[in-house]
Ligand binder design. Structure first.
Ligand SMILES: Nc1nc2c(c(=O)[nH]1)N[C@H]1C(S)=C(S)[C@@H](COP(=O)(O)O)O[C@H]1N2
Ligand SMILES: [Mo]
Length: 232
């Protein structure tokens, strides 16, 4: 798969295997106190995972991690769901709002180290959309396709969880452009680079297609609790 994205290289890191491109560290972190960080690291979620994954620190506000924004508006936005499915569809923003809406409060974990706790997102479960298109039997992966060629990939099994959404709102307000408006993916239990902003299409495939950061030295599996940051 090709894309013509220019990687914004703010920093380079040297990993064991050579040089990888860093996802970029914003200048200022609004960090919680050390005592709060320690308490969070020790506290356990209902699913048994630690509230703060290893090597992460909690911040007070979502950070803008940049990227190449799309230009779609609420009126012009369309999302194609296609690939190895029985009934490919195209959704408009209004049609997305007509599907069953869910709001979840969850934590998101950027691979550069920040975690935003208790963020509230509203949209449609990816599972609801997949039910509509009906993946064929050997379909195993979901590829999120965003503006300007950005993609990310997740196994269908991980994509079909209740907390994986296609979202249009953050804390009950429409997403800001910087954070992916009109619509972005949200997969809270993987590093945040899987959550493609400016989402334009969802492709279902039988074979994996590593995405933008996954081809640039970052982990394909991206499990924050296993600290799967870099590919090896
Ligand atoms: N289309 C697109 N989606 C993207 C990115 C990007 O560069 N382009 N960056 C990813 C990364 S690395 C992170 S941490 C989050 C950041 O989302 P935020 O800017 O809303 O905090 O978006 C992810 N989704
Ligand atoms: Mo990130």
């Amino acid at each position: 798969m090709k894309n013509d994205l220019k990687i914004s290289r703010r920093t380079f890191l040297t990993a064991a295997g050579g040089t990888i491109v860093s996802i970029g560290l914003p200048g200022t972190y609004l960090k919680l106190s050390n005592a709060q960080q320690l308490a969070l690291a020790a506290s356990i979620r209902p699913d048994g995972r630690s509230r703060l994954p290893p090597g992460q620190h909690a911040v007070e506000k979502i950070l803008d991690m940049g990227g190449s924004p799309g230009t779609a508006t609420v009126e012009s936005w369309r999302m194609r769901i296609y690939g190895e499915v029985k009934r490919p569809i195209v959704l408009s923003y209004k049609e997305l709002l007509d599907l069953e809406q869910v709001s979840i409060t969850c934590d998101v974990h950027c691979v550069t180290g920040w975690t935003l706790l208790d963020s509230r997102w509203t949209g449609v479960r990816l599972g609801t959309i997949l039910d509509r298109v009906k993946p064929v039997r050997n379909a195993n992966f979901v590829i999120f396709e965003a503006a300007k060629g950005y993609t990310s990939n997740v196994p269908l099994r991980d994509a079909d969880q209740d907390n994986v959404l296609v979202v249009h709102s953050f804390f009950d307000e429409r997403l800001e452009r910087a954070h992916g408006a009109p619509v972005r993916a949200l997969i809270p239990d993987r590093y945040f680079y899987k959550s493609a902003k400016w989402l334009e299409a969802i492709k279902v495939t039988s074979r994996d297609e590593p995405g933008f950061w996954e081809r640039s030295g970052y982990s394909n599996t991206a499990d924050p609790w296993k600290e799967e940051r870099y590919s090896r």
